[in-house]
Design a binder for this molecule. Structure first.
Ligand SMILES: [Zn+2]
Length: 421
């Protein structure tokens, strides 16, 4: 069994005093990574440790429930870091640190399960999942500032661990050059998200722009659904209390989840609604994947505020988007091809929520008259308006060009569609 290091022993004792890493005191303000060029040592196989050299901080979260994520570029610091002698040599590595509750299933377990299942006709999905090389937990020893540390989180009663993974570095959406590349990346990610839920029984639950990543292999670009820290096993109690709290990244959460009174469950269609917001904000706030629109003229769609405002504001704005009978967002010229997707998706949200509203009214009337004969409504897909089939139908075409589809299931859906047309 691996003997884990306590959190304070991440300081490398061999380093000069000036380069020692400070002890973590709070999750969000962790000063750990201020020292570029420092070393970070963590537990590895067979009671060994391994060390990486810290490079640039790539990401530090401020707006995520239940975590305080930091991603930093690293290089292997082993003594003989040569090809054929080190399994990390030549790889572009990042160290990701999170501070989940100790009962939370680690991201690497979800990805390992997917890898087991990604055989034969399912092998395509591997191109769209992160590659995790190593994962470790560092518990907080008695007497360390666990109490201070817990205060930074919404669910302050749970014991936390420092969890690290060494992963392949992926590129952000800003690395994309053409609208076609963007749409294929979205299509890849949506199919990956669906496969993982259907075939591996894992539900991602944190669809956001920052988790849509790009992998480049031999000049080809693939959409990767990253960051499985908030995922859960479907129909399984193994996840502990964190599976019950609201999950997601605020500007992209489904509007129902923006209510503090929301009790769940988190459904597939909530992640589809989040995908819609990722597309909407990207297409309206950016003049291309790498550049923000400098002056937003349209006062009605002040999407830049979505990154700053609270739940109440967002619930109100998103609610008016999904309930709009006419919808024409100010998409920038680069993303004009997204307009059809966005209006179609909004139309499905609109029809779904209108149907839900009508159903609730009818059910209330019926309750008074014949309580044993209540009308039914598929809340999971909002009366069939937000299902995998509907999404496949909306997304498979872009500017009259067919996008690449993966897996037999999507291909069957699309074949069925073309037969019916
Ligand atoms: Zn090495």
């Amino acid at each position: 069994m691996i003997k884990y290091l306590a959190a304070d022993s991440i300081r490398n004792e061999k380093l000069p005093e000036s380069q020692k890493l400070p002890v973590v005191t709070t999750a969000k303000e962790s000063p750990i990574f201020e020292l570029e060029g420092s070393f970070f040592t963590f537990p590895y196989k067979d009671e060994q440790t391994r060390t990486v050299c810290l490079k640039r901080v790539i990401f530090r979260s401020t707006n995520v429930f239940g975590r305080g994520t930091t991603v930093v570029r690293v290089e292997c610091a082993c003594r003989h870091c040569l090809p054929n002698q080190c399994n990390w040599q030549g790889k572009e590595l990042v160290l990701k640190l999170t501070f989940p509750s100790e009962t939370r299933v680690s991201e690497s377990m979800f990805i390992d399960r997917c890898k087991e299942l990604a055989q034969g006709e399912h092998a395509w999905v591997l191109k769209h999942l992160p590659d995790i090389y190593w994962s470790f937990d560092i518990p907080f020893r008695d007497g360390l500032p666990q109490d201070n540390f817990k205060k930074g989180f919404e669910d302050g009663d749970e014991m936390r661990v420092m969890r690290g993974t060494i992963q392949e570095e992926l590129k952000a959406l800003s690395s994309l050059k053409t609208a076609k590349e963007c749409t294929q990346v979205f299509c890849d990610i949506i199919q990956c998200h669906h496969w993982v839920r259907k075939c591996a029984q894992i539900f991602h639950r944190d669809v956001s722009e920052g988790n849509f990543m790009v992998r480049e292999r031999y000049g080809k670009k693939y959409g990767v659904l990253n960051d499985w820290d908030l995922a859960i096993w479907l129909n399984n109690e193994r996840d502990g209390p964190t599976s019950l709290i609201r999950s997601g990244t605020r500007p992209y959460m489904a509007h129902e989840q923006q209510s503090v009174h929301w009790k769940g469950p988190h459904r597939y269609r909530h992640d589809l609604e989040s995908i819609f917001y990722v597309m909407l904000l990207l297409a309206c706030l950016y003049s291309d994947p790498n550049e923000k629109v400098p002056h937003l003229e349209d006062k009605e769609f002040r999407f830049e505020e979505w990154h700053r405002k609270d739940d109440e504001f967002l619930r109100d704005k998103k609610s008016s988007v999904v309930h709009a009978a006419a919808f024409g967002p100010p998409v920038s010229p680069f993303f004009i091809g997204f307009l059809l997707w966005l209006t179609e998706l909004q139309d499905h949200l609109y029809m779904g929520f209108t149907g839900l509203g009508t159903h609730i009214k009818q059910a209330a009337k019926q309750e008074a008259r014949q309580p044993n004969k209540l009308p039914t409504f598929d809340v999971e897909t909002l009366g069939g308006h937000l299902s995998c089939e509907q999404i496949a139908m909306i997304l498979h075409m872009f500017n009259n060009e067919q996008l690449t589809t993966h897996g037999l299931e999507w291909q069957k859906i699309l074949e069925g569609l073309s037969r019916n047309q």
